[in-house]
Design a protein around this ligand. Structure first.
Ligand SMILES: Cc1cc2nc3c(=O)[nH]c(=O)nc-3n(C[C@H](O)[C@H](O)[C@H](O)COP(=O)(O)O)c2cc1C
Length: 191
């Protein structure tokens, strides 16, 4: 009788782009994970950059050449190396994405390369400009960004600290998130 070999579901790390005091990012990320768990068979893991303090540009070497001087960078390297794919959930800050996310990306290099990534942005107009910048950086690292880039629109009231209930407030964006995650599955299956 043929033996069935159980294979673990691929691990998708959902990386929060904001560590700001009073941030909305955890709500957005939890909402994305809920959609992913309901619509794909992937294993989702939240990665909060607030739990990974990496001093700004403190590695003396060039990450692309390998070898890290700092233990916190080696720990970050092990974390990112363990993922099969990523979702960046990020706000738009002044038409770009937050510095903390760029710093976390720039501490490493090869750990990102070759892996599929979905980008979910949010902001007053959906954060499309920050998503486009992040896509360019991901491509530069040899990542495989999926085509669909959901951009969640925040109201003035939400930006000014009003209540946010993703399940109801962001209903119009569920289909795009589902689509982006389906594309992530397809990218994972392509290799
Ligand atoms: C420094 C800063 C710059 C911002 N710039 C933009 C912007 O360029 N476009 C936009 O739509 N919203 C902008 N916003 C509003 C953010 O999209 C909104 O505050 C969002 O909640 C930020 O994400 P966070 O709460 O997870 O940090 C900005 C917010 C901050 C704090």
């Amino acid at each position: 009788m043929a033996e069935e070999i159980a294979t673990a579901a691929p691990t998708v790390q959902v990386i929060l782009g904001s560590i700001r005091a009073g941030r909305l990012c955890p709500k957005l990320a939890a909402w994305v994970i809920d959609i992913g768990r309901a619509s794909t068979g992937l294993n989702y893991e939240l990665v909060d950059l607030a739990d990974w303090p990496l001093p700004m540009d403190d590695e003396p070497g060039i990450p692309a050449l390998g070898g890290y001087a700092r233990e916190h960078t080696r720990a970050w390297s092990r974390k990112i190396a363990a993922a099969d794919a990523f979702v960046f959930v990020t706000p738009q800050y002044n038409r770009g994405y937050p510095a903390v996310l760029k710093n976390a990306i720039d501490h490493l290099y090869g750990e990102w390369s070759g892996k599929p990534v979905a980008i979910v942005s949010y902001g007053g107009h959906g954060g499309g400009r920050c998503a486009a910048q992040l896509r360019q950086v991901a491509e530069g690292l040899g990542m495989r960004p999926v085509a669909t880039m959901p951009g969640v629109t925040l109201s003035h009231d939400m930006i000014e600290g009003g209540p946010v209930a993703p399940e109801t407030d962001f209903l119009a964006h569920v289909a795009a998130v589902r689509q982006a995650l389906a594309e992530l599955v397809a990218e994972l299956e392509a290799r």
